[in-house]
Design a protein around this ligand. Structure first.
Ligand code: 5CA
Ligand code: ZN
Length: 420
């Protein structure tokens, strides 16, 4: 489907180092590219039933920073993202509010596009709704059934002719992939997280309580498609597995999302890809921390939302929202306070004033500006250390480094904030 407009991306002379990012699977920072000039990025997209909150924004901003660092290192970047536009929470919200689920998804995706554009997030070339990929996903489920990785579980409440649900056999997939390798979690934790995050460990008839749903046979009143595996709709993890594999090819350099997706979502998506393609899903699994507000994780279901739209409607400069988020380490859990924006606004005013003389001629050489650019590049490439990069600019301003047009471009290219 349609993505959103691409922001201007200035060309900065020279190249930064190839970024290293923390990989959840190995527990270390690694360069997830494979030596050629291409990097591929798959980031788990929104479930479009409510406005983009700051947690989402921070997550997409972190991977935007990775894309910027890769481009600055001279790599071609291919980026795909999904939108989970058919899933239980969305259907429940649609029913509760009396809105057609398709209209709800479409309107929220449109709002998301506008928020991403305002924040100058570089869009994915492949922005894919699950409803566009149902046939492909069903083919993958059929393939998994044929190879013995998918099996049916007796389903009493499906509609006439829709048949049974299909589950993924995690034990059977063990020849290509090891359960727990991506998340580094023990079984007890996996069971608890599965119950908490959309799984159904207590469902009778499964071979292993951790086996996730691949295909949900149609129920009365639920959206369903007639496909090779019967009438129904896709399970959650398989959508990302199929879309990433189709659009980018497995393994992708980075599979990204918030840390709430480490298990079961990314673990199971990796299992599906291993069973389908006999390849890992990703070279690195990169996770952003959870942002909280007023003491609890920001979440649609908890209703403690600070939305990008709300801040913009209150007159916030989108650059300040961006800078406020960049002032935190992407992998940390942290809490948003209303004062975050105020300090970002103050910082931005200082940077703007500094950059407003960027075109003025100077008789000093630009070595300080060049050194600042090198430090900026180094910070961003070091596991996306954006607080460090912000500090580099702060110190340049404080030290009276002459701000050159190239330096303005470098701040723009790497941090996505146009100053001056
Ligand atoms: N559609 C699925 C992924 S396939 C999903 O998790 N959708 S979501 O709308 O719930 O979240 C969208 C993205 O934002 C995911 O990467 C998720 O991990 C991330 N996210 C959600 N809540 C937060 C939060 N409080 N802080 C940081 N990131 C968050
Ligand atoms: Zn996903």
């Amino acid at each position: 489907m349609r993505s959103w407009p691409t922001p201007d991306l200035p060309d900065v002379p020279g190249n930064g180092p190839r970024p290293r990012v923390h990989d959840t699977a190995t527990g270390h920072p690694i360069d997830p590219t494979t030596g050629d000039d291409r990097a591929t990025l798959y980031v788990c997209g929104i479930t479009p039933y409510d406005a983009t909150h700051l947690g989402h924004a921070a997550t997409y901003l972190a991977f935007d920073t990775l894309g910027r660092a890769w481009r600055d290192a001279g790599l071609d970047v291919a980026y795909a993202q999904n939108a989970t536009d058919v899933d239980d929470p969305l259907l429940e919200r649609a029913t509760a509010t009396g809105v057609d689920w398709r209209d709800l998804a479409e309107s929220q995706i449109e709002l998301f596009r506008r928020d991403m554009e305002a924040l100058r997030i570089i869009p994915p070339e492949s922005y894919v709704a699950v409803t566009e990929e149902v046939e492909r996903i069903a083919e993958a489920v059929a393939h998994l059934e044929r190879s013995g990785h998918g099996y049916r579980v007796a389903t009493e409440d499906s509609i006439e002719g829709a048949g049974d649900d299909v589950y993924f056999d995690v034990q059977r997939a063990n020849e290509h992939w090891t359960l727990g390798d991506e998340s580094r979690l023990d079984r007890e934790t996996m069971l608890a997280l599965s119950a908490e995050r959309g799984g159904d460990p207590d469902r009778a008839g499964k071979r292993d309580p951790l086996d996730p749903l691949l295909w949900r046979a149609a129920r009365a009143g639920e959206p369903a498609w007639q496909t090779v595996v019967g009438e129904g709709r896709p399970g959650w993890h398989i959508e990302c597995s199929v879309i990433a594999g189709d659009r980018l090819g497995a393994p992708v350099s980075v599979q990204g999302g918030g840390s709430d997706l480490v298990f079961p979502h990314h673990e199971m998506s990796a299992g599906h890809t291993a069973a389908l393609a006999h390849a890992p899903l990703a070279n690195a699994y990169v996770h952003t921390g959870m942002i909280a507000y007023q003491g609890t994780k920001i979440s649609k279901s908890l209703g403690n939302l600070v939305t990008v739209r709300g801040l913009l409607d209150d007159g916030a400069d989108p650059r300040a929202i961006r800078l406020a988020l960049l002032s935190h380490r992407y992998s940390d859990d942290w809490e948003w306070f209303d004062t975050e924006l105020e300090s970002a606004v103050r910082r931005l005013a200082t940077w703007d004033a500094w950059a407003s003389v960027a075109d003025a001629p100077v008789d000093t050489p630009d070595t300080d500006a060049a050194a600042t650019i090198a430090r900026l590049r180094e910070r961003v490439a070091d596991d996306l250390d954006t607080p460090g990069a912000v500090a580099v600019v702060d110190s340049a301003v404080a030290a009276g480094v002459h701000c050159t047009p190239t330096l303005v471009d470098a701040v723009d290219a790497l941090l996505g904030v146009r100053i001056g």
